[in-house]
Write a protein that binds this ligand. Structure first.
Ligand code: NAD
Length: 474
């Protein structure tokens, strides 16, 4: 049993509310620890520390900031077995994937450290000989970051890498369901030499913490990864306080499989992608549009493959798919599948919980899903694949683009003209052509439409955490 505490100014603290929330192992349903809830006085202390941290960290030269962030990447890699185990225990994913997530988090810190070294001002030649213009780059200030439970370490690492690389201090409120991952990440940062005041971790009632931090004068930037409804709420609060935000929100990715492809090979590939992290990925393929001539073969192979997936406790090396991360998700997935079934969809495999211990749900394939089924409109965020047939490209495209989500889409065809036509038409921030990519640090990821605004990663990883000052010398 572990007590997960606030981390403020380098010290672990119990929240002043005296409230503790249980943390569960999603595979066994057992309580593995408890997380403390911050009171407003704790949040005030975290912000006061972060202001000091900002003053101290922003004075560290970009070169040295880079060295420290890169050292944190090395530390994460050295600790990946232990951190991976903690991640699996609180989130459920197979240990191999959890260790992979720690590695990916290290990659983000390394990339942020490399980009930190490229921070520079810009000098412009004025319009007359007596004028010299400098556009200075400054850290934006103290960042409030709200991070989710599906990739609890990597999605936080993106924010820490950008914010710290830019010279900001950061207070993170991770999901209370997966507290160990961000605490592990921050300990690696502290051990690498980030000043204790520059990184804080707080827990509590999410809405209470966010509505206290967002308008606070000490906070200059908001960044959130999570669902669209919560993102809209936080963006509205930030808007009222005129604070810039980065929003990485949900998706409902169309996957278009055209008749010129090998349906069996594509089905094998897509099953692995669809059920990765038990479908709890914002980029997951979620609405499958398969062209009529290959539809039957694709569905048959997809179902056969989905039935081969070994579902179990993530600590078992044989496991390919773990449980859903929390009981809420189990309920949401059961609800979406029941709704589709009640409206006439066929459940070709799965469609139910596995056992009654932990949050296991069988890999599920739905066909003949009517257009009004909720699953075709709401992001499933779980191991369910609705497979639809199409024969008219324009009708299919209208449906593919017909939702307010615009995070990602996947297109399988070797027909160059079709690739061009469809890739131009799909309204998304990430497009895989004969591919379902994962997010790499060197690539900027961002959503279109309601899937968010701003990007994370890429050469511009520091941009959301910087502001400029135009200085004219005469
Ligand atoms: P939710 O909308 O209640 O919460 C989503 C995340 O936001 C959680 O981490 C939660 O702790 C946090 N949160 C909730 N209310 C908040 C608030 N007022 N202030 C600050 N943070 C807040 O939903 P959930 O049941 O936890 O997750 C399900 C949905 O969340 C999914 O359907 C999916 O759309 C979305 N989600 C998206 C991502 C992503 O990577 N984009 C990650 C996790 C969850």
């Amino acid at each position: 049993m572990t007590d997960f505490k606030l981390l403020i100014d380098g010290e672990e603290k119990t929240g002043s509310t005296g409230v503790w929330e249980d943390v569960f192992d999603p595979a066994s349903g057992q309580v593995i620890g408890r997380v403390t809830h911050a009171g407003t006085d704790d949040l005030d202390r975290a912000m006061e520390a972060a202001l000091r941290g900002l003053a101290e960290w922003s004075r560290v030269t970009p070169w040295d900031r880079g060295a420290i962030l890169k050292a944190s990447a090395d530390i994460l890699r050295q600790r990946k077995e232990v951190l991976g185990r903690e991640l699996t225990r609180e989130q459920g994913k197979p240990l191999r994937d959890a260790i992979g997530e720690v590695d990916r988090s290290a990659d983000f810190m390394e990339w942020g450290g490399e980009q930190a070294r490229r921070v520079c001002d810009q000098a412009l030649i004025g319009r007359d000989r007596n004028n010299r213009i400098v556009v200075e780059t400054h850290p934006i200030g103290v960042v409030a970051a709200f991070t989710p439970w599906n990739f609890p370490m990597a999605l936080a690492a993106k924010k820490f890498a950008g914010a710290l690389g830019a010279g900001c201090s950061i207070i993170c409120k991770p999901s209370e369901e997966t507290p160990a991952s961000v605490l592990g990440l921050v300990r690696a940062l502290l051990d690498a030499g980030v000043p204790p005041a520059a990184v804080g971790v707080v827990f509590g009632v999410p809405a209470e913490v966010s509505s206290y931090l967002i308008p606070a004068r000490q906070i200059s930037k908001i960044t959130f990864t999570g669902s669209i409804p919560v993102g809209k709420m936080l963006a509205a609060e930030a808007g009222r306080a005129m604070k810039p935000v980065t929003m990485e929100l949900g998706g409902h990715a169309p996957v278009i499989v055209c008749k010129d492809t090998d349906p069996a090979a594509i089905a094998d590939f897509l099953v692995a992608k669809k059920f990765a992290n038990a479908g709890q990925i914002c980029l997951s393929p979620t609405r499958f549009f398969v062209e009529e001539p290959i539809y039957e073969t694709f569905v048959e192979r997809f179902v056969a493959c989905a039935e081969q997936i070994r579902v179990g406790d993530g600590t078992n090396p044989e496991t390919q798919m773990g449980p859903l991360a929390n009981a809420r998700r189990l309920e949401a997935i059961s609800g979406l599948v029941e709704d589709a079934r009640n409206r006439g969809a066929k459940v070709l495999t799965g469609g139910q919980r596995i056992g009654n211990i932990g949050n296991f749900y069988a890999p599920t394939v739905l066909t003949e899903v009517p257009a009004d089924a909720r699953i075709l409109k709401e992001e499933p965020f779980g191991p369910v694949a609705p497979i639809l047939r199409f024969d008219d490209e324009e009708d299919m495209l209208r449906e593919a683009n017909g939702l307010e989500y615009g995070l990602s889409a996947y297109l399988f065809t070797n027909d160059a003209r079709r690739q061009r036509r469809l890739s131009d038409a799909l309204q998304v921030g990430t497009l895989g052509i004969n591919d379902v990519p994962t997010h790499l640090p060197e690539v900027p990821l961002g959503g279109w439409k309601e899937s968010g605004y701003g990007t994370e990663g890429g050469q511009s990883i520091l941009d959301p955490y910087q502001k400029t000052k135009f200085v004219s010398h005469r």
